[in-house]
Design a protein around this ligand. Structure first.
Ligand SMILES: *[C@@H]1O[C@H](CO)[C@@H](O)[C@H](O)[C@H]1NC(C)=O
Ligand SMILES: *[C@@H]1O[C@H](CO)[C@@H](O)[C@H](O)[C@H]1NC(C)=O
Ligand SMILES: *[C@@H]1O[C@H](CO)[C@@H](O)[C@H](O)[C@H]1NC(C)=O
Length: 510
């Protein structure tokens, strides 16, 4: 007995040794050096001239940061640094910034400092500003300053980075920074970046209202002509006047090729949508558009305006529209989906257009649209709570299986009054579509039975050999415990199949 155990141990330790040598071999082959600092959680790796420090949310202290600063000092040839240091217990970054400043070959920097309890803010802002201004070879910068630095200190940092004359790609995250009143003026120096081509501003939960949009308008006017702009204004209080002012700023950037605007949780209503869509419709070079209008009370009329703008964008390849909202009805839905139908073939389409009860005719219209766009590489449909029923699901399934080039497929049909038949058609479409590598199928909150769910999985199983990852969500269906247990047992070993199942008491369905 004991001998057998020893043999087992020997065998497993020799397997372990083999694995270890394979890992070492791979690391050596790709010239990857992997270092793990002795203190529990300061991570970094060096790959060629690139340093990666992924340490978000590790509760690092200053002493652990200082070991990372030394890594910088010892690798002065570094051209690319990714330092994710947000959500830690760091009080002082100055040594780190001083070491950063010496990386004279740096081309790309991603630095995230948000949510740290820094003290002596001003001295740190000065050190960061100076470091950035001296990184003269930088062309790409991403700076995460979530919930830290006041107006003056933010302004100091922005002034520093505005001196990097070769900067062409910039992302600044100011999530949860209070930018009300004149707060956005602290970003005015950005307009000195005369070689800037791509700007991504994350102004999420930044207390922006109507007046504040004037400053954003000024910035958009004074920036050089960009090719790519992304404005994330999620969770602010922008209403009609703010949307009109913002649109005025965007008018100076209508040469854009890629544009994204996220306005989720504001209130621009139909009238705000009118001015925003007026300028979006005039961006005739757009190849990529991401419109986030959920929860803005845009109404049917707003949907019609979105449709009108989309129909003018004949060069689009990538389109994402989020117009899901309660008081948005058939006319708005029809305008958006039929304008997409008339566009030249897209490569990527995301349509988040739930909660509007478009029903069976809505599903049929989407099918026609998918028939016109049969070259999609990525298709994401979120039809949450649209009451399309089994016949509607069958239409959408036909549209999906018509696709020939899919790499990604994501379908959310939660709350759509489906029974087994409709859900099975969707599973069959996943099996028949050619040939997504990544699949996310959600059919929760529909009355699907044990038999239906077993049949769904036997169809999906047939698609497994060709996918890399398949996620399936079936929550709050009519599934019973016994079948749930069968399914979990049957598929639990299949790593690339991620299943979310639950059961609820039968009384729920009465
Ligand atoms: C949204 O804006 C409209 C029009 O300005 C206004 O009547 C309405 O009360 C606002 N709704 C919310 C939730 O702020
Ligand atoms: C919206 O615009 C229409 C005219 O286009 C106007 O009659 C109406 O008063 C505006 N509503 C608000 C709340 O500004
Ligand atoms: C089903 O399983 C859940 C736990 O997952 C349990 O709470 C519930 O009592 C079970 N129902 C029946 C009918 O056995």
């Amino acid at each position: 007995m004991q001998k057998q155990q020893e043999q087992e141990q020997k065998r497993s330790s020799s397997v372990f040794n083999k694995l270890l040598w394979i890992v070492v071999g791979v690391l050596a082959a790709y010239n990857i050096k992997l270092y793990i600092d002795h203190s529990p959680s300061a991570h970094y790796e060096i790959i060629g001239n690139e340093i990666r420090m992924y340490n978000d949310g590790q509760y690092l202290k200053d002493s652990q940061l200082s070991s990372l600063s030394k890594v910088l000092s010892k690798n002065l040839q570094t051209t690319k640094l990714n330092a994710q240091l947000s959500i830690n217990h760091i009080t002082d970054f100055r040594d780190f910034f001083n070491s950063l400043e010496k990386l004279q070959n740096l081309n790309e920097l991603s630095l995230s400092l948000g949510n740290n309890p820094i003290i002596n803010e001003q001295a740190q802002a000065n050190a960061l500003s100076q470091a950035l201004s001296r990184l003269t070879k930088l062309n790409t910068l991403s700076l995460g300053l979530e919930s830290i630095f006041n107006y003056e200190n933010r302004e100091t940092i922005i002034k520093g980075l505005s001196k990097i004359s070769g900067l062409n790609t910039l992302r600044v995250s100011l999530i949860n920074c209070d930018l009300s009143g004149n707060g956005l003026k602290s970003l005015y120096a950005l307009t000195e970046l005369q070689n800037l081509k791509s700007l991504d501003l994350l102004l999420v939960g930044s207390k922006l209202k109507e007046e504040e949009m004037k400053h954003l308008q000024t910035i958009l006017h004074k920036l050089p002509k960009l090719t790519k702009l992304n404005l994330n204004l999620y969770a602010n209080k922008i209403q009609i006047d703010g949307a009109i002012t913002l649109s005025g700023g965007l008018f100076q950037q209508r040469q854009l090729k890629e544009f994204g605007i996220e306005l989720y949780f504001n209130n621009i209503t139909t009238n705000g949508t009118e001015s925003l869509m007026g300028v979006v419709g005039s961006m005739e070079n757009l190849i990529s558009l991401n419109l986030g209008l959920e929860f803005n009370y845009i109404n049917n009329e707003g949907g019609i305006l979105v449709g009108k703008a989309l129909s003018q964008l004949k060069n689009l390849k990538d389109l994402s529209v989020n117009a899901a909202t309660k008081n948005f009805g058939w006319d708005g839905y029809e305008a958006i989906v039929s304008s997409i139908e008339k566009l030249p073939p897209l490569e990527n389409l995301e349509l988040i257009i739930g909660v509007n009860k478009c029903g069976l005719p809505g599903a049929e219209l989407l099918k026609q649209t998918l028939f016109k766009h049969d070259k999609l590489k990525s298709l994401k449909i979120n039809f949450l709570e649209n009451y399309i029923g089994d016949a509607g699901a069958t239409f959408i399934a036909e549209g999906i299986q018509y696709q020939k080039n899919l790499q990604k497929l994501s379908v959310n049909m939660n709350f759509n009054s489906l029974s087994d038949r409709g859900a099975l058609e969707l599973a069959r479409a996943v099996k028949n579509a050619k040939s997504p590598k990544i699949v996310d199928l959600r059919v929760s909150q529909n009355q699907i039975t044990d038999k239906g769910i077993k049949d769904i999985f036997s169809l999906l199983e047939q698609a497994l050999p060709k996918v890399d990852l398949m996620e399936v969500e079936l929550l709050n269906t009519a599934l019973t415990n016994a079948t749930r247990d069968d399914i979990e047992l049957k598929y639990k070993e299949i790593q690339k199949l991620q299943i979310r199942l639950n059961t609820i008491p039968p009384s729920h369905w009465e």
